[in-house]
Design a protein around this ligand. Structure first.
Ligand SMILES: [Cu+2]
Length: 134
């Protein structure tokens, strides 16, 4: 009787272990897919005439979630510009018209930060917007 009981307990432990192992494996795979699709934010930012544009919207709010992997693909349609994120120590190189530059980083601080162009007085003249980490 005791042997049967011990056998049942061992079977239960092994069974639970196997279930946990396979459950964890599938959960990891699901987690990775979600991570790739939902935790990555890519922005296509254009610049011209002392303004930034995303989909034609002038100096738009750029919203991400805490922990997101952010990629900014920056382009200049007119003028010599860069894209700098204050409070994050993140910036693209300065580019001439027709060129592109990218920068990637993890949004690891919550809050509202200014993005701007650091060339000359471009920031004061209108090249500034909000980058919001929620
Ligand atoms: Cu500029």
């Amino acid at each position: 009787m005791n042997k049967l009981l011990i056998g049942l307990i061992i079977a239960l432990i092994v069974g639970t272990g196997l279930f946990a192992f396979f459950y964890k494996s599938s959960a990891d795979m699901t987690g990775k897919t979600v991570f790739e699709e939902d935790n990555v934010k890519v922005f296509e930012v254009d610049s011209a005439n002392l303004k930034f544009y995303i989909n034609g919207v002038e100096n738009p709010d750029m919203k991400v979630k805490m922990g997101d992997m952010v990629r900014v693909n920056f382009k200049s349609s007119e003028g010599y510009h860069d894209w700098v994120l204050e409070g994050y120590n993140v910036s693209t190189v300065k580019i001439n018209p027709g060129n592109t530059a990218s920068v990637g980083f993890v949004a690891d601080k919550k809050g509202t930060f200014s993005y701007y162009c650091s060339v000359g007085k471009h920031r004061q003249n209108g090249m500034e917007g909000n980058f919001i980490v929620e």
